[in-house]
Design a protein. Structure first.
Length: 335
């Protein structure tokens, strides 16, 4: 049976990161911890992975892209932009899926210690990266899509506030006065979009009703599972029959897919009976015969920017880290 660094960490009662520090002797570790790790290595007969030794030579041409949810087409589109830049610079790209799980993301980050890589691009799951940041402390890393806290790195983000405002204003200009904002989990990105939604309501003197702001868990699902979502069904039943909404701003395309399937099953006509405005421009929009307002993110540019900044960091750029905001593309009205 193959013995892994994770096995050593478990026996020694430490993290895989600590095992790596002991093996590579590149971080101060308490003597008692070092003894525990070396004892576990000897007991298990663990053989040091030679690629782990290569981490310090700086010659790797591999970039790791740790994705919060690989099922989401959005990240595949971003990857196109990343790969365009990496190909020019002769780098390869490895995908790792965190599946919207904090624990999986933690394991993914710790396991990168075993990989021979030059830098990381991360679409994060969790908000607080104080502890995870210690694991990648000395590696070039760029974040995109979400803005984790307690880590000092470059961030590539969409102008989310602006986008939330644009979508809401478009529905208001179409005659809607009672508009709900619905999305998956409430994170920093969705918070910004929600604030844009609220600002549009303020501009047109419409009330902000917290009962019309709905958030789910955003558990990763494939599309056929999203098509029959009992939780969203009951939520939409309530918003339409009780709250009497006439429009919805979807904080992401994952929810808008569920909404469109609901409308079709309930024979609710879009946009005659309800208006729908959504972030992104997912492939399935073209399969509908209803008018949907969509605001595409410039996913290729997000990917390109992330890759360019990362390569600069790999090549030694040591200027202060920055937050980069990418404009959304022009609004679409898709039939």
């Amino acid at each position: 049976m193959s013995i892994s660094m994770k096995d050593v960490a478990k026996l020694a009662g430490v993290s895989t990161a600590t095992v790596s520090y002991v093996i590579n002797n590149n971080r101060a570790v308490k003597n008692s911890t070092r003894i525990a790790v070396n004892t576990a290595i000897k007991k298990l007969g663990y053989q040091v992975n030679p690629t782990a030794r290569k981490l310090r030579n700086g010659k790797s041409k591999q970039i790791i892209f740790i994705v919060s949810d690989l099922k989401n087409y959005f990240f595949m589109e971003i990857a196109k932009g990343i790969q365009e830049i990496l190909k020019e610079a002769n780098y390869s790209l490895l995908f790792i899926d965190s599946n919207e799980s904090i624990e999986t993301e933690k394991n993914n980050i710790e396991m990168t210690i075993l990989e021979d890589y030059a830098g990381l691009i991360v679409a994060p799951v969790q908000e607080n990266w104080e502890n995870l940041g210690k694991t990648i402390e000395n590696k070039p890393c760029v974040f995109l899509d979400r803005h984790p806290q307690n880590i000092d790195r470059d961030f590539i983000l969409t102008k989310n506030f602006q986008g939330g405002f644009i979508l809401t204003e478009e529905l208001i200009k179409s005659g809607h006065k009672k508009i709900a904002f619905i999305s998956g989990r409430y994170d920093s990105t969705i918070q910004e979009r929600l604030e844009g939604y609220r600002e549009a309501l303020r501009k047109y003197n419409l009330p902000i009703d917290k009962n019309l702001e709905i958030f789910g868990e955003n558990e990763p699902k494939i599309y056929y599972e999203l098509a029959t979502n009992d939780i969203w069904d009951s939520t939409l039943d309530n918003l339409i029959s009780k709250e009497k909404i006439t429009g919805i701003v979807a904080g992401n395309s994952v929810f808008s897919f569920s909404a469109m399937n609901y409308f079709q099953r309930k024979n609710i006509k879009v946009p005659d009976e309800i208006g729908l405005a959504t972030f992104d421009n997912p492939f399935w929009l073209n399969l509908n015969t209803s008018l949907i307002i969509s605001l595409p993110q410039d996913v290729v540019k997000i990917g390109q920017k992330a890759a360019k900044i990362l390569i600069e960091r790999i090549n030694g750029k040591n200027t202060p880290f920055k937050e980069y905001r990418i404009d959304t593309l022009p609004i679409n009205k898709i039939i």
